[in-house]
Design a protein around this ligand. Sequence first.
Ligand code: LLP
Length: 417
Amino acid sequence: MNHFDYRDGALFCEDVPLEEIANAVGTPVYVYSSATLERHYRVFKDAFAPADPLVAYAVKANGNIAVIATLAKLGAGADTVSAGEIQRALAAGVPPERIIFSGVGKTEAELAYAISVGVHQINVESIAELDMIERVTALHGQRAAIAIRINPDVGAGGHDKISTGKSGAKFGVSVADALALHARASKMTLVDAKGFAVHIGSQIKDLGPLENAFRVMRKLAEDARAQGLPVKRLDLGGGLGVPYFNEPEPPSPSAYAAMVKRVFDGFDIALSFEPGRLIAANAGVLVSRVIRQQARPANRILVVDAAMNDLIRPAMYEAFHDIKPLRRGGDERVVMDVVGPVCETGDTFTRARDLPPLDAGDLVAFMTAGAYGAVMASTYNARALVPEVLVRGDRYEVVRRRWKVSEQLELEKLPEW
Ligand code: LLP
């Protein structure tokens, strides 16, 4: 469900024609719908009612402060993976007591920052990290609430590069080690050992592996309690997939919530979740203008002004993004490759796609680009960093302006020699 629809043949975001934004702001440009962001958050949250879990939006999916603020106003927390993301969440109005700090490589400075602002929970991924946290709490005389992230040896996700729960992956500790770490943390003076965390992958389209991982979590919490160790919280991570195209629909938030309720039936525990893609993906599109069409003996190539530096998912994960024209024409279809201007073959959004006839100057939208789109953008090939626009009803605002190449040059200097 999203708020990008055709009205009289023109593609709108809520009540704003995308063409109006493209003409005013220029292309390429990311456009987000407030209504879709809000709807996705509410659907997820309501699926768990009357329980009231902490829904910590995974800022890595879309870290624009206007996007985070839209969700924070509804009560969302933030799942963060760097001091920078904590700063973003705070700037967007997320209270520290709703911020989770995850990630395998938190530095001492980042941990000190997180502890000083009083985040809700730090998800600990190793014994070395736990000991570093103890040192930081002692050094600054501040308390830290933590959860031990387990690696349940359950793989899942839409691509190898985004599957995190297998034992060979860099994330978390084994179930046995998690119990030992929790016991160790429970003895630390300024560390509050709250429980356990898990996250097994992203773009997960099957509830089976998630259910297996959650059963491991329940058993672990029961075992810890049986040993007299308090367990107050379980963080069940993110990962629920979204539909990118006409494939079987991924499980709905209500099916997911029903599974969670089944697994934790009768178990008194505070739950938290870290959804990212589910909230942001269908709330955003990347609008791009066709530069030219090239007919080759073997194929027809559409060169657009967006490139892999603006949306890297097709190049990096062989991801599929639906491509829609901003002005809908007739039923005629042409088979085309769609590529960007960057100088490598990897800068190909799609091959042999059935598209309406498109030519120089036409506008297209790469759909479902609200998650892991702008956040993964770079300035490769000295391209200006892509701007972002947020729509609410019939209004829109540029919430990140285009970052000019001249501004990038200001960061560099010629050496003295
Ligand atoms: N929590 C943790 C600890 C994570 O590592 C992630 C995602 C999430 C939550 C949010 O997962 P989500 O609900 O969005 O699936 N760049 C890739 C996706 C990387 C996901 C990394 N971790 C892509 O474009 O597909």
